[in-house]
Design a protein around this ligand. Structure first.
Ligand SMILES: [Zn+2]
Length: 256
């Protein structure tokens, strides 16, 4: 399997900017982690860029086409003037691209705490039109949204994002994902109510969230999306609400 990975923008094109962070830098970080994950699956990987450079969109397509890539994944983050805009999405043009987009989206979606934007057919985008293999553009959330920005600059979240993309590709290919080291704690399916999210967690997870909300424990990266999602309903006293919900969840599950 030959995977071409395209870190969006680069060089003089910073892409979107939010809170002093440039999209091209975050895209490259995630793309390099995706490269490692893909190589662990035994796939051949070609990058359209590996540093601060700007290959034109036509060059990016040519790199993938001339190499004979089987799949093309372009890594981006979104921006809008409205700071409340949020959510990940995956863009495609062809029917085969749509199938790949769906698999990747299903894996990415739990990593952003706010409701996501889904799949979008975007016929006007050069790297989707100019590539001959199934191609997608992954938009991993909004750099202009403070909550999502805080996630995307965190290397642990970036690793989860790269893993999610790689797992989505594995799903698309119908092959098992080869994890690095111990299998990370699965992120529960997202819900939009903090109480429901925590109730969906198992007793051990509820206990860990409770300990974190009470200030007595650190929260591992695998639980950040859960805590963020839990907090998204009511940000002002999020920790107290998570504590209430975690207590209720642990109680409902026969603990405490
Ligand atoms: Zn972009």
């Amino acid at each position: 399997m030959k995977l071409c990975i395209d870190p969006g923008h680069g060089g003089q094109d910073s892409g979107a900017v939010g809170f002093g962070t440039e999209e091209d830098d975050v895209a490259l970080a995630v793309a390099l982690m995706l490269k490692s994950a893909a190589e662990r699956q035994g796939w051949a990987v070609k990058m359209t860029r590996v540093g601060e450079m700007y290959p034109t969109l036509q060059t990016r397509c040519a790199i993938a086409n001339e190499w004979g890539a089987d799949l093309f994944v372009s890594v981006h983050f979104d921006q809008l003037d409205n700071p409340a805009a949020h959510g990940c999405s995956v863009l495609y043009v062809s029917d085969k691209g749509r199938a790949l987009a769906g698999h990747i989206y299903d894996r990415m979606q739990p990593l952003t705490p706010l409701p996501d934007r889904g799949l979008s057919r975007r016929p006007g985008l050069a790297v989707l039109n100019g590539t001959r293999m199934p191609a997608v553009i992954v938009e991993g959330g909004f750099i202009s949204n403070s909550q999502e920005h805080a996630l995307m600059v965190n290397p642990s979240w970036q690793a989860l994002e790269a893993e999610a993309i790689c797992r989505g590709i594995c799903d698309h290919l119908g092959v098992a994902y080869r994890a690095a080291g111990p299998t990370p704690t699965p992120v529960p399916a997202p819900s939009r109510s903090h109480a429901v999210i925590v109730v969906h967690a198992d007793a051990a997870t509820a206990d860990r969230l409770l300990a974190w909300a009470n200030g007595g424990a650190s929260l591992g990266p695998a639980l950040w999306p859960l805590a963020s999602a839990s907090a998204s309903v009511e940000c002002r006293d999020a920790k107290a609400r998570i504590a209430d919900a975690a207590k209720a969840a642990a109680g409902a599950l026969g603990r405490h």
